[in-house]
Design a protein around this ligand. Structure first.
Ligand code: ARG
Length: 288
């Protein structure tokens, strides 16, 4: 399996947005509580630039324009879910973020994507809640906090892909990408307690035990699951020695890059990026 990870050659492309206007100015998740006006934007900028620099060594980064009045626009993971040349645009649950939709729509159009939308009554928060498996033609879909369960069928139809819904039950892990990360080689790194029992069983049924990387609550609370994965490279805010060792044993190279300013808004590495190259694997299934 290590060799399979090392074989990765094609560069990934990620969409990011500079934190020129980033701040915590409202509370829509538990991480933001008590953090209004407690951020330091120049530290946020340094941390974001360090992530860009680290990722830029192995991947291509495309920037979208920063905009005033939408402080969470930096979290491009929430722009939509990309598959092939299609993207299903997000429709934010909270009014505080709905003004971002037009900017994300423009960014996707500028990059040549066919932009699809869900019915107006269905909240959907993009690649915050919809994550492609890395070895199966499968979209994992988190619901319970932000995205509506009814999106599962719609996403399956719009993107012609199997969707596995997972119910999120801990308010601190309000997006799927805060507690679950599919990795190259068919691994899945996740914090089981963030899911209801049925969903934990679905994960166990689909992912063999030797491919499940279970994260402790301490690591989960440091946003270790909020990982950007490109080939064998993993970029995250912070991970314990035990987790780093486990990831290395499975062939990954772990880059820890502090994103504490973004944790104040409830986000970290993965939230700050959106993978733009998500090839549709069609009928070809890669064995785990
Ligand atoms: N403050 C933002 C929100 O609550 C953070 C979004 C983090 N993004 C993510 N993909 N988890 O919506």
């Amino acid at each position: 399996m290590t060799n399979q990870l090392l074989d990765h050659t094609a560069e990934d492309t990620f969409l990011m947005c500079a934190p020129d206007h980033f701040e915590v100015s409202y509370v829509i998740n538990p991480w933001m509580a008590g953090n209004i006006a407690h951020g330091n934007r120049s530290v946020a900028m340094q941390q974001w630039l360090a992530l860009v620099e680290a990722m830029g060594k192995v991947a291509t980064i495309k920037m979208m324009p920063a905009m005033p009045g939408v402080p969470d626009l930096v979290f491009t993971a929430n722009a939509g879910v990309v598959l092939g040349n299609k993207v299903v645009l997000s429709r934010f649950r909270h009014v505080e973020r709905q003004a971002e939709e037009v900017y994300f729509d423009a960014a996707f159009t500028a990059h040549g994507f066919e932009v699809l939308t869900l019915p107006p009554e269905l909240p959907f928060e993009g690649a915050g809640d919809a994550l492609m498996d890395r070895s199966e033609n499968l979209l994992w879909f988190g619901h319970g906090h932000r995205s509506d369960i009814a999106c599962a069928t719609r996403l399956s139809e719009l993107l012609d892909i199997e969707v596995q819904p997972l119910k999120l039950v801990d308010a601190r892990f309000y997006h799927l990408d805060t507690c679950f990360c599919p990795l190259a080689g068919g691994y899945v790194m996740y914090f089981p307690e963030a899911f209801d029992a049925d969903s934990q069983a679905h994960i166990a049924a689909r992912v063999p035990a030797d491919k499940r990387i279970i994260v402790s609550s301490e690591d989960a609370l440091h946003f270790a699951c909020n990982t950007v994965n490109s080939g064998r490279h993993i970029f995250l805010n912070q991970a314990s020695d035990a987790l780093v060792t486990q990831l290395q044993a499975n062939g990954f190279v772990v880059h820890q890059t502090a994103l504490t300013e973004f944790l104040k808004a409830g986000g970290a590495a993965k939230c700050l990026t959106l993978k733009l190259n998500e090839p549709h694997q069609g009928a070809t299934q890669v064995a785990r």
